[in-house]
Design a protein around this ligand. Structure first.
Ligand code: ZN
Length: 609
């Protein structure tokens, strides 16, 4: 038997960030991109002047196919190199060579997408008969869904030269603001009582068993951000200002607001989003009740914002070894699919997971992927808590999604965040369910149900509050620069709308302390989490109904996430309409049952004490 690895092995790609092969690869990509750009220029005249004659289609299809094949090859090299550099920086944020490569690769990525803009600009506007030919083509057919998505908003396109310029300017404009935030968050120090520490470490104290420590950490983090509030206000104003300006330029034919754009990227309809939010709002008392039960169990009247990540007040499971965590997860996965269980072990044995603490290690956890060979990697800092086990299961869910799509051409594997989070939360649910079934005593049961209840509170209250805040921010930014004071008031109002009386105070600096608002690449980096949560519960709920067929059904759903909208996916596999409240209410019924179990158990433990 091979042994479990705790550091990842990426040496099939490069030895380290100083490997001379990186520089050789970047130089060759530069040349390849220049060639691709000149070939793609052939399509420009057909965009700006007269469209091509059907007589020329054969020739055009050949050129398209050659350009696309070249793009796929460069894309794989690019993703391998970027993923490698990213992985170096995750384990050591001070890796100098990797830090130097990062912005160069960002530029290179912009050059690559700018190179193909004439081709995609042409395809987005081309006549239907030509598109039908590409759809039937053995190579170009892979682009079918991508083109369909692109063509749905082709009236938002700018002339190709402007699109290219925008892509290039965004590297140092829009994305520069996002980089500034990451830089600030990585270097800021805060005081937690007597201790001066980085934000990542202070954030760990928010899940301390000691309440005073949690409050000190929360206040310390917020004080550090108050000192930077002008800078973060500028970041949010400039990122959102850029998006508003860009949207205005694109609205030459039809106006699309920020949320419409976001829904298009998330592959859900606006109606689906509104329905999901409305149903969640109607049932907000459910997670609020969970917070009340948590407060009781902690022996306080009302939770403070620093208690939202408090662990269960029981010492059920001691420190869990990494190998043991892998076994717990593999066994849980195996109750559903033997192959999925074996895959969790394979990930750890092949050195595809990095979980050991290192100096200057990044915070958070993620699952990324190399392109050739197509292999997933998981980054996590594993310290042996139950939360770590669930996070690991979450990332392994993403990795499994990657594995089941392994043989599908890249162009049909790009899934939106809404559907990505479905696979990860499904995996979490599998593990929690098995842990609960196998729990030996009430303390262990409480630990699992506590984790479920606090997850429900984050996803059903915190995420919607973030969504509410961002909608209000975008609205306000249309007419003016939004000051730090205004941002604080807006955050308080957004929390009040969702948490109501379930907290003793609201987190008014949350717009600064939460990275997600400053991600330059995406707006509304929030509702997809709630979507993934409820959507995966909705799918999970079908488990018993479909019996032994369910494993295949689930696999087929995952395989189609790169080539369908969420609505089509559910219609095809589950014959349900997610734009109607019924689907979401079914998911919320599952949450309700879990919260009821949590309440009953917490009460029973309280009475016995
Ligand atoms: Zn995830």
């Amino acid at each position: 038997m091979t042994t479990i690895q705790t550091r990842w092995d990426n040496s099939v790609f490069y030895t380290d960030s100083e490997d001379p092969k990186i520089s050789q690869c970047v130089t060759s990509m530069e040349q390849e991109i220049a060639t691709l750009a000149s070939h793609c220029q052939h399509f420009s005249p057909w965009i700006d002047a007269a469209p091509p004659e059907p007589a020329d289609y054969t020739d055009i299809i050949e050129q398209l196919s050659a350009c696309y094949t070249r793009e796929v090859t460069i894309g794989r090299q690019f993703r391998n190199t970027s993923m490698f550099i990213h992985s170096c920086l995750s384990v050591n944020a001070r890796d100098t060579a990797a830090s130097t490569w990062l912005p160069m690769l960002q530029q290179l990525g912009a050059k690559l997408s700018s190179a193909t803009q004439p081709m995609y600009g042409f395809l987005a506007r081309a006549a239907t008969d030509l598109i039908e030919i590409t759809n039937a083509h053995h190579t170009l057919g892979d682009l079918h869904f991508r083109l369909q998505q692109m063509r749905a908003i082709s009236d938002q396109l700018l002339p190709v030269a402007q699109e290219q310029q925008l892509t290039k300017l965004a590297v140092t404009g829009l994305h520069g603001w996002g980089n500034l935030y990451k830089n600030l968050a990585g270097t800021l120090k805060c005081s937690v009582g007597e201790e001066s520490t980085g934000l990542a470490n202070a954030a760990n104290y928010l899940s301390s068993i000691e309440r005073p420590k949690r409050e000190l950490a929360w206040r310390g983090i917020n004080n550090a951000w108050v000192e930077q509030e002008q800078a973060v206000a500028a970041i949010l104003n400039n990122i959102n200002g850029w998006r508003i300006e860009e949207a205005a330029s694109r609205s030459h034919t039809r106006a699309l607001d920020a949320l419409d754009r976001s829904c298009h990227t998330s592959r859900i309809s606006r109606r689906t989003l509104d329905t999901m939010m409305d149903v969640t709002y109607q049932r907000r008392h459910l997670p609020q009740r969970a917070l009340g039960t948590m407060a009781n169990a902690l022996g306080i009247d009302t939770l403070g914002p620093w208690d939202l990540m408090a662990p269960a007040p029981v010492q059920a499971s001691g420190t869990i070894e990494f190998a043991e965590a892998i076994k717990i997860i593999a066994d849980s996965f195996a109750t559903f699919s033997a192959e999925m269980g074996a895959f969790a072990i394979e990930m750890a044995e092949r050195g595809w997971i990095d979980c050991e603490e290192t100096d200057n290690r990044s915070t958070g956890a993620y699952c990324g992927s190399f392109a050739e060979p197509r292999e997933p990697r998981i980054f996590i800092t594993f310290t042996g808590t139950m939360t770590n086990v669930i996070t690991l299961a979450h990332e392994l869910g993403h990795a499994w999604h990657n594995r089941v799509m392994q043989d599908i051409p890249e162009a049909r594997t790009g899934y939106p965040m809404t559907l990505a989070e479905t696979a990860s939360i499904f995996a979490e649910t599998l593990v929690r369910d098995t842990l609960l079934e196998n729990a030996q005593n009430d303390a262990q049961r409480l630990e699992i149900l506590w984790a479920e209840a606090s997850t429900a509170a984050v996803l059903m209250l915190n995420i919607p509050a973030r969504f509410e805040f961002e909608q209000r921010l975008v609205e306000a930014r249309h007419s003016k620069f939004v000051t730090a004071e205004h941002l604080k008031a807006t955050m308080r109002d957004s929390w009040a709308m969702w948490y109501e009386n379930s907290l003793s105070e609201y987190d008014e600096m949350f717009w600064a302390s939460k990275l997600h608002f400053s991600i330059s690449g995406f707006g509304f980096y929030n509702y997809p989490y709630l979507f993934g949560y409820l959507f995966s519960l909705g799918i999970y709920a079908q488990k018993n109904q479909h019996g032994t067929q369910f494993e295949k059904l689930y696999r087929d759903i995952l395989r189609d996430t790169g080539s369908m909208t969420a609505e089509t996916l559910v219609e095809k596999y589950l014959q349900q309409d997610i734009s109607e409240p019924g689907f979401w209410n079914n998911s919320l019924d599952i949450v309700e049952a879990s919260i009821e179990k949590f309440e009953a158990l917490a009460n029973r433990i309280a009475i016995n004490n």
